[in-house]
Ligand binder design. Structure first.
Ligand code: PEP
Ligand code: MN
Length: 439
């Protein structure tokens, strides 16, 4: 499929340099087994169809950029734990199923605003994610290396294997996850505000136990993988024809999205996404016109297949209340069946005086509030949240109930790309959204 896309402009691709190393890596990837099964992608599409009908809520979250070093049991466990804790709170508050999708097991490629970076007079290629080059500022690390795609495949396989083991093997037990939430509410200053909701969830669980509800669903969850379909050499090498249906699926992850910088209607990324049968997301920034949106929907989902298309809006707190309504109105008038999800992260990034890229928790929350307000006023469904988070106590975003100040960012600033909500900020976001869902 890569050759079919070769004629089209492809933004944000690395200069690999060595053609024979690239050919070797692609051949190796082509021979690898799929990371996900096409039937799972179809099941996720059904779940997302419920989101588009207003019957479910999507929670999508994880790192901005995963790293090869980050695939440790502790790290993956902490991230999953946070996602699961958020999902329980949201499920209760929305009284709807929450579709859980990680930005994980494949989120290794990053678009950059500049192709190179200069430090102390030295200019090197920009870091494009572990799948392309290394973050270290040396010529060796920054030179794109196609063999990294094979490492990314292996790292994704390891992360996905651990994730599947955790969510199917008892770690996701509802009572356990709720106990973690109770702990958060009891022991953290940021959590105490949420005693009321946690208490009500507690009551609901005790009621379930009393009447002996003990379904499999209490002990296991479905958790899907997702990443940005950015690096076309990788994604096309992992696209396979499904033997059941004869249709192509990108088996590198369940859900793939096209980013704000690569969603050109006539570009290779949208063409690629239109050819695979996975559920697809498109990031929608403040410059998107309603005509762009309709054209994207026509191209990506001409059949109007429920669950196929998700628009992930990332307008920024200041723009969402004016920018989103015309898009939704036109989509409704055109009879689109897409889901609408709020990414309150990417429109709210700024540089702190210390030079750290950061986001204010209050801006994140304000964009989410704006998203709900707009959907409520138009009668459409606020379908979910797409967030950058980690289960660790990092200091990358400022504010929150256990506040991080701008001058405290350097204490534990660990992201290799965008700033993530830490564990406390993530849980707090879930409880605040729960308050919005309840009202
Ligand atoms: C991202 O999700 O990390 C990202 C780069 O987002 P966007 O394409 O919306 O800028
Ligand atoms: Mn990001």
């Amino acid at each position: 499929m890569r050759s079919a896309l070769a004629e089209l402009p492809a933004a944000q691709q690395p200069e690999w340099g060595d053609a024979s190393r690239l050919a070797d890596a692609v051949a190796e990837l082509r021979a690898m087994p799929p990371l996900v099964f096409a039937g799972e992608c179809d099941l996720l599409k059904q779940r997302l169809a419920a989101v588009s009908r207003g019957e479910a809520f999507l929670l999508q979250g994880g790192d901005c950029a995963e790293t090869f070093d980050g695939i440790t049991a502790d790290n993956v466990r902490a991230k999953l734990k946070t996602l699961l804790q958020m999902a329980v709170v949201l499920t209760y508050a929305a009284s709807m199923p929450v579709v859980k999708v990680g930005r994980l097991a494949g989120q290794y490629a990053k678009p950059r605003s500049k192709p190179s970076e200069t430090r102390d007079g030295e200019t090197l290629p920009a870091f494009r994610g572990d799948i392309v080059n290394g973050v270290e500022f040396t010529e060796q690390a920054r030179t794109p290396d196609p063999a990294r795609m094979v490492r990314a495949y292996n790292a994704s396989a390891a992360a996905l294997n651990l994730t599947r083991a955790f969510v199917g093997g008892g770690f996701a037990d509802l009572h356990q996850v709720h106990a973690w939430n109770t702990d958060f509410v009891r022991t953290s200053p940021a959590g105490q505000r949420y005693e009321r909701i946690a208490g009500r969830i507690d009551q609901a669980l005790r009621f379930m136990r009393a009447i002996d509800v003990d379904s499999e669903n209490v002990r296991k969850v479905e958790l899907y993988s997702s990443h940005e379909a950015l690096l076309l050499d990788y994604e096309t090498a992992l696209t396979r024809v499904d033997s059941r249906t004869g249709a192509p699926y990108d088996v590198s992850g369940h859900f793939l999205w096209v980013g704000e910088r690569t969603r050109q209607l006539d570009g290779a990324h949208i063409e690629f996404a239109s050819r695979i049968r996975n559920p697809i997301g498109v990031k929608v920034g403040p410059k998107t016109t309603s005509d762009d949106l309709i054209a994207l929907a026509e191209k990506l989902d001409p059949e109007r297949e429920p669950g196929r298309l998700t628009f992930v809006t990332r307008m920024g707190a200041e723009k969402i209340r004016d920018g989103l309504p015309p898009l939704i109105e036109k989509a409704m008038a055109s009879g689109l069946v897409a889901s609408w999800v709020c990414d309150p992260m990417h429109g709210n990034t700024y540089e702190a005086p210390s030079g750290h890229k950061t986001r204010r928790f209050d801006d994140v929350m304000d964009e989410v509030r704006g998203f709900f307000e707009v959907h409520r006023s138009l009668g459409s469904h606020p379908g979910g949240l797409h967030v950058e988070l980690t289960g660790d106590d990092v200091t990358e975003c400022v504010g929150g109930g256990d506040p991080i100040a701008e001058d405290g960012l350097s204490r534990r600033y660990e992201t290799v790309c965008d700033p993530r909500l830490n564990r406390t900020q993530s849980l707090e976001l879930a409880f605040l959204v729960a308050e919005l869902l309840e009202t």
